[in-house]
Design a binder for this molecule. Structure first.
Ligand code: 5AD
Ligand code: SF4
Length: 461
């Protein structure tokens, strides 16, 4: 077999945990490895390289990595019996935070690579292929160069294979240092990608058939850059620029911080039809006391004011949020304030979590930790309310007409699944050739996890 053939047959399996930025990073890593002869597989058993793209946000997320590595060790042993080698890599935020710990707890790992070093991944893999497992390869420094300048751009074919909705990271890291959060330590300081780099990538996506782009950042609305006249601009301006790209019919962004909702961004919500009427704006708690100890630097009234302004600018906007219950020092009254905030805002969807102490973060050392049973009770109560609100929002969609971006085939024959402007999955009977199109549907039924629609028009516009 020639070396070329040998190369072409290598396969990589990547398992992604955590946030959408990890999903985006996985695509960039897969694309880069593609250039090195690795084809992506969804079957771990046949992989020559297994890569875990990990999340460190809560304890549970981190621990999953070690149990998965236990299973992978067995896979490696099985494959070894057939004379096949399996390289094992850990990427993502656990790699960044616990590189040395991974080496100690899981010696089978061949390489460890933190999120700011993905441009070094292919080099690491090449070195791992050549070595005999005697030492691990680790890249977890925060390099001074911009990884995006070194990662290969995806090909149109690679983009097409992933469908009509794509992520695009525009900002990474965080300087806000909320007292519960590991992100400043795992993703590093806040960095914005330059305007032209983003516009170029968005154009390439649009030219390859992508109709919807979700801009990503840990603090996406802290994005800043300069325009062609060297003037400082923010996310609002960027959205106005991206809206000009032919073929990009839907724009979204996530995750934003209440303190960075500026006037231009609000104007973008008011003026841009293509900016979807959905905003994920985490508040974490409804108690001023807890917001203060969380170092969120805004009050509940500040949050209410932003919501009012957003609703005025875009009356059909749906809201989503993240909540943490059982943050150190949270009393019954503080929790009641959170419930009250939820009742007043009313959300279309939301994520809620029990506080999980993360090593190295200020709140982890607090003496005021909340009892686990109380955390469980509060989480249940909050989730009950949020689920009720989500169901009410969905019920209100019955008999309404809306646009749908058809993203994938459904489980049943002849069925396609798409997303509404408000991110709800909607199932519809429609011919396969409409995949990737935006169509108009009328909502005919409400299921527990998705809506059902009837096709009205094959073109939404
Ligand atoms: N414990 C629980 N939830 C957390 N989050 C971040 N850090 C923690 C933690 N230590 C939640 C926040 C954030 C979301 C991504 O995860 O709600 O917005
Ligand atoms: Fe998890 Fe945060 Fe890393 Fe995303 S950035 S993978 S949420 S720790």
């Amino acid at each position: 077999m020639s070396e070329k053939q040998d190369k072409a047959e290598k396969k990589v399996f990547i398992k992604t945990y955590g946030c959408q930025m990890n999903v985006y990073d996985t695509t960039r890593m897969a694309d880069a490895l593609g250039g090195q002869g690795y084809r992506e597989t969804s079957n771990m058993e046949e992989a020559d390289l297994v890569l875990l793209n990990t999340c460190h946000i809560r304890e549970k997320a981190s621990e999953k990595v070690y149990s998965e590595l236990g299973r992978i060790r067995q896979l490696k042993e099985r494959r070894q019996k057939d004379g096949k080698n399996t390289l094992i890599g850990v990427a993502g935020c656990v790699a960044q935070a616990e590189g040395a710990e991974i080496q100690r707890r899981a010696p089978i790992v061949d390489l460890v690579v933190g999120p700011q070093s993905y441009h070094k991944l292919t080099g690491l893999v090449a070195r791992a292929e050549g070595k005999n497992g005697e030492s691990e390869l680790i890249e977890t420094e925060f390099p001074t160069e911009d990884k995006f300048n070194h990662l290969p751009a995806p090909t149109k074919r690679q983009i097409k294979a992933r469908g009509a909705s794509a992520f695009l990271t525009i900002q990474e890291g965080c300087d806000k240092f909320c007292a519960f959060c590991v992100v400043p330590y795992t993703r590093g300081a806040e960095v914005s990608r330059p305007l032209n780099q983003i516009v170029e990538e968005a154009r390439l996506l649009a030219e390859s058939g992508v109709r919807e782009v979700t801009l990503l950042g840990q603090n996406v609305n802290a994005w800043h850059g300069v325009n062609t006249k060297e003037k400082e601009i923010g996310l609002g301006h960027l959205l106005f620029e991206l809206a000009k790209i032919d073929g990009l019919d839907r724009l979204r962004y996530t995750t934003s911080h209440p303190n960075d909702m500026d006037d231009t961004l609000i104007a973008a919500h008011r003026d841009l039809e293509c900016l979807m009427p959905y905003l994920h704006l985490p508040v974490q708690s409804g108690s001023d006391k807890i917001l203060k100890t969380m170092n969120r630097r805004h009050t509940r009234d500040d949050y209410f004011r932003i919501i009012d302004v957003m609703r005025e600018a875009r009356p059909d906007i749906a809201l989503s949020s993240d909540f943490i219950v059982g943050f150190p020092g949270e009393s019954d009254k503080d929790f009641e304030d959170t419930m009250d905030l939820v009742r007043r805002v009313t959300y279309a969807s939301a994520y809620s979590f029990k506080y999980s102490p993360r090593p190295g973060t200020p709140a982890a050392d607090s003496d005021n930790q909340v009892d686990e049973t109380i955390k469980n009770e509060r989480l249940q109560e909050l989730q009950k309310l949020l689920t009720f609100q989500q169901k009410s929002f969905n019920k209100n969609c019955l008999n309404r007409e809306m646009s749908l971006l058809l993203e994938r085939k459904g489980r049943l024959e002849g069925q396609l699944v798409g997303r509404s402007p408000w991110l709800q999955p909607v199932q519809v009977q429609a011919p396969k050739n409409l995949l990737g199109d935006i169509v108009k549907v009328s909502i005919s039924d409400i299921g527990s996890n998705s809506l059902f629609g009837t096709l009205i028009n094959e073109k939404a516009a």
